[in-house]
Design a protein around this ligand. Structure first.
Ligand code: FAD
Length: 420
């Protein structure tokens, strides 16, 4: 059997390792544009200078030899022919496959703003190349603006804050009224806002970038941005702009195939199967649940099915993010901003002590979402309540005081056992 995997990140690497474990004799080829293996989740440590290339690598040095995987690195897949079962690379080499996993992930999305494309000092943040460009330009920049305060925008700004060679004025522009609008409410956002302000970052909420303005001395550079800040026109100087306004799937090489995808991403089921036989998908390429752990699980599920071992993608919670900016940890589960508008949903919140904030959305005894900030010790209990689908309306105490003893017995083996 000859397996080809496109993409050498969370889904592709874990998928390749799983394939080798399941099929000792197969030929496995891994193709990636990336020339290094690294975790994108800690790219801010690389920007900040806290970790080097080795520090962000998540595989052993002998990973490819040990697993007998042929890694074609620095190579781009430009087309796929599902009838011939072949893949064409950017140097026109044709690679055949029996089964293929598409795990080519996503890249930064640049919103339609005048002059945003093709400028040397306007970059996204997704790859190591992006980071190297950011580090290089940031060292000589006087004014840096990050567009978007989601997880990637927060990583960009915190990386810059920690980088000793960066002396620029830093600004963060966000369309919503808070940081991490998909993960946090305003109360949890304020905790991080204070930290950013302490580090000299200027925050612009409810603000929309309307135009990037070209440097009159060099048309390849921009030197400022125009903003509509809470209804007022503002001009912000910028010799580096980092665009963190979302991602789009790397599906272009599927254009002339019958493999189904849409604007959001590649379509595949919980086994990783696409609509075309022997073509599988996993990870951020789906455009759904674009987090590391989901990509890993999908890579393992898809490659198990490729190797003939039925496995379905199981994730007990879809939108789950953990973060740790300025040493303040936060867990965000579900989409609280949606649940807050859902009829019948009960929202309980508590500020237990300075820096410790908890909020839970529940309805008819079922937990739908939560924000836990400052002290994550409660998240173990919370995770079990959700995973075991426990009816919390039966527990007659504050939701924040629930502990294991409320729903677990210790059995004769001294193990926790759920009591119904
Ligand atoms: C800055 C940043 C911070 C993040 N922080 C977190 C976090 O804290 N927690 C979390 O859970 N998630 C985080 N994420 C998201 C997480 O990194 C992604 O969910 C994960 O990387 C997805 O893995 P993937 O394998 O699907 O694809 P990707 O990581 O996108 O990798 C795609 C791979 O495909 C290759 N490729 C693409 N196109 C082609 C082509 N045409 N030919 C050949 N190869 C190709 C690329 O070179 C790459 O190797 C973060 C992401 C970023 C960018």
């Amino acid at each position: 059997m000859k397996y080809v995997i496109i993409g050498a990140s969370a889904a592709g690497i874990n998928g390749a390792e799983n394939l080798r474990a399941l099929d000792k004799n197969a030929e496995i080829i891994l193709i990636s544009k990336d020339t290094n293996i690294y975790s994108r989740c800690i790219l801010h440590h690389y920007i900040g200078g806290m970790r080097d290339l080795d520090g962000i690598n998540f595989v052993d040095k002998d990973f490819f030899e040990k697993n007998n995987i042929n890694w074609l690195k620095g190579r781009e897949v430009i087309s796929l022919n599902e009838k011939e079962k072949t893949i064409t690379l950017d140097d026109n080499e044709v690679v055949s496959y029996d089964k293929v996993l598409i795990a080519s992930g996503s890249r930064p999305f640049f919103p339609p703003i005048e002059n945003i494309n093709g400028k040397e000092n306007v970059v996204g943040l997704k790859s190591l190349d992006d980071c190297n460009k950011i580090i290089e330009i940031a060292a000589r920049a006087k004014n840096i603006v990050v567009i978007g305060a989601g997880l990637i925008g927060m990583d960009a700004i915190s990386g810059l804050i920690h980088n000793k060679n960066v002396h620029a004025n830093l600004s963060l522009v966000e369309m919503s009224n808070r940081l991490l609008p998909l993960q946090l409410d305003k109360e949890a956002s304020i905790t991080y806002e204070k930290k950013l302000v302490e580090h000299g970052v200027k925050l612009f909420f409810d603000s929309k970038v309307t135009k990037l303005n070209i440097n009159p001395k060099n048309p390849n550079l921009i030197n400022s941005l125009s903003l509509l800040d809470d209804g007022r026109d503002v001009e912000l100087l910028a010799d580096l702009v980092i665009v963190c306004a979302g991602v789009k799937p790397n599906v272009e090489f599927l254009e002339n195939t019958s493999i189904e995808y849409n604007k959001i991403g590649l379509l595949f089921n919980e086994k990783g199967e696409t609509n075309v036989k022997d073509v599988y998908g996993a990870g951020d390429i789906s455009g759904n649940g674009t987090i590391w752990s989901v990509a890993v699980k999908e890579g393992i599920a898809a490659t198990s099915n490729m190797a003939g071992k039925t496995r379905v993608m199981d994730d007990f919670f879809f939108a789950k993010s953990t973060m740790n900016f300025f040493d303040i940890p936060t867990l965000s589960l579900g989409c609280l901003h949606i649940y807050e508008k859902t009829e019948g949903m009960i929202i309980d919140s508590i500020r237990e002590r300075d820096g410790v904030y908890k909020k839970i959305a529940h309805k008819d005894g079922k937990i739908y979402g939560a924000i836990i900030q400052g002290d994550l010790s409660y998240t173990g209990v919370l995770t079990q309540l959700i995973r075991l689908n426990i009816d919390i309306s039966k527990i007659k105490k504050s939701i924040f005081k629930i502990d294991y003893s409320d729903f677990f017995n210790i059995n004769s083996e001294l193990e926790f056992e759920y009591k119904k």
